[in-house]
Design a protein around this ligand. Structure first.
Ligand code: ADP
Ligand code: MG
Length: 483
């Protein structure tokens, strides 16, 4: 039987407001436990919530970015459940009247492009955290996170492969970071994905029963968790079993999913409108004023990178996905006046070093002006691409401009043909057997054999000879021997 996978994502995005959604406590990450929870967050009797307008503004920015209808009258509701990290006994969220209505984002994978419809996005508060380590058989509760504003973005079940799901999550990440409404730090939980997964026989219209994989916090894990769960569901059904609707946990260490609990229905939560909060009413003028503040969005920037800088779809997609990287790239283009070379270096040498050192581009030890200056020296033939990598290494570890490093380390390219010729003559004189092979080869095979001599010349000059000049001279001299 051929199976088709059906996936819908619920993505929680922490909004980067200074203070919480209903209190004045700080939202900064990493503070000592329970130092950033005020009376409201602790749910002390007699406290009342005050809605943070910045959270509303950020949610509307997201809605406009995904072409959604904006809820002009949003209503907060109480979702009632008990958990130690939820002192109020309910989560304040939105249900029937969310701030963001139906919208969509477009994604592209190797299988083509697809529009993923977004059912809605609602505002809600985050819960605290239960800490299970270091408490000797007990759990600790940290309420610093309680009351951090979230938008939960609920997609339609429109994705058909794990790759599409991760691409969709990447696109949402690109949008919220470009808007500046989320810091995008997935390792710190700033964006968390629940993946709803089901399978159905290919061609069948009706959806199968889904399971929900909770709180996945990396793009790679989204793909692995879904692939693992799909394999489990196929095995189960093909062995005569049935999938039960439940919440499952993905364990990356064992690459398996495990049942956590059976899925609750909405009516288990006894939702009702929160009597402490008024409906949030906005008018067109308010929404349009927010629209006027929107930055260039990732899709538009990708298109501009293609038309303005002649980048490939792929390069433009990668470079536009993360705003600090896109800004950095454009600054390198401005400094180097070479869009293609800038793309190669930002996605190549720079990205490689940032990854290896687990560093965000915002903290890159090499800034855009330094890199742009280095690329200029490649363009004007002061150094070759290979030497430039050495210069870049020095720049990365010790700082300095390209010119300072080239000067201090004596890396300037040798373009003086007289000097290069001298080295070539030595190499030819010391490579009699290779020269004989060259002479014996068919003329159309000789081009490939130049590589050996090229390598020798580069070795003798410490990589500093101009590669173009060396190739030309080598060919001339070797061919002269063949006559
Ligand atoms: P609930 O209200 O129980 O959370 P929803 O209908 O709101 O359920 O759907 C929650 C998420 O599950 C949405 O992202 C939706 O796209 C996805 N989803 C719903 N049905 C399926 C299915 N059969 N297979 C995969 N995903 C699904
Ligand atoms: Mg849900």
């Amino acid at each position: 039987m051929e199976w088709e996978t059906v996936i819908g994502l619920e993505i929680h995005v922490q909004l980067s407001t200074q203070t919480k959604i209903f209190s004045g406590a700080s939202t900064a990450f990493g503070a000592e436990p329970n130092t950033q929870a005020c009376a409201v967050d602790l749910a002390l009797p007699g406290t009342l919530p005050v809605f943070n307008e910045n959270a509303q503004r950020m949610a509307i920015m997201f809605g406009l970015a995904i072409n959604a209808e904006i809820g002009k009258r949003a209503v907060f509701e109480r979702k009632n459940y008990f958990y130690p990290d939820l002192p109020k006994g309910y989560q304040t969220t939105q249900l029937e009247k969310p701030v963001v209505g139906e919208g969509y984002v477009d994604i592209t994978t190797d299988d083509g492009s697809r529009r993923v419809r977004i059912h809605h996005a609602h505002l809600e508060e985050d819960a605290g955290k239960s800490l299970h380590e270091d408490f000797h058989g007990m759990s600790g509760i940290d309420l610093n996170r309680a009351g951090t504003p979230l938008i939960e973005i609920v997609s339609e079940p429109d994705m058909r492969t794990s790759k599409e799901a991760s691409e969709y999550a990447r696109k949402v990440h690109a949008i919220v970071t470009t808007l500046g409404i989320c810091d995008g730090n997935m390792a710190e939980g700033s964006m968390r994905c629940d993946c709803n997964v089901s399978i159905r026989p290919k061609g069948q219209e009706e959806y199968g029963t889904r399971t929900e994989l909770k709180n996945i916090n990396s793009f790679r894990f989204i793909e692995r968790a879904i692939d693992t769960e799909v394999a489990r569901q196929i095995d189960l059904i093909e062995d005569g079993g049935t999938v039960v609707q439940e919440t499952r946990l993905y364990d990356p260490d064992r690459n398996e999913t495990r049942s956590m609990r059976s899925k609750e229905d909405a009516n288990d939560y006894r939702y009702f409108p929160c009597p402490d909060l008024l409906p949030v009413v906005v008018d067109d003028e308010y929404v349009e004023a927010i629209r006027a503040t929107l930055p260039e969005l990732p899709d538009a920037r990708r298109e501009r990178f293609i038309s303005e800088y002649s980048l490939s779809e792929y390069d433009a997609g990668v470079l536009s996905a993360y705003r600090p990287q896109a800004d950095y790239y454009e600054a390198v283009v401005a400094a180097s006046k070479d869009a293609k070379l800038a793309a190669n270096w930002v996605m190549g040498e720079l990205a490689k070093n940032l990854n290896a050192n687990d560093t965000d581009i915002k903290e890159s030890p090499v800034n855009a002006e330094q890199l742009g200056g280095l690329l200029q020296r490649i363009k004007d033939n002061t150094i070759s691409g290979n030497i430039a990598k050495k210069v870049f290494e020095h720049m990365w570890s010790e700082g300095g401009t390209a010119d300072e490093i080239i000067e201090a380390k004596g890396l300037k390219q040798v373009t003086d043909t007289g000097a290069i010729e001298k080295v070539i003559d030595e190499v030819i004189a010391n490579s009699t057997s290779q020269v004989e092979q060259y002479k014996a080869a068919e003329p159309d095979k000789r081009g490939k054999m130049i590589g050996f001599f090229m390598g020798q010349v580069m070795k003798a000059t410490g990589g500093k000879a101009n590669p173009g000049a060396v190739t030309g001279l080598l060919k001339k001299k070797l061919d002269a021997l063949c006559d």
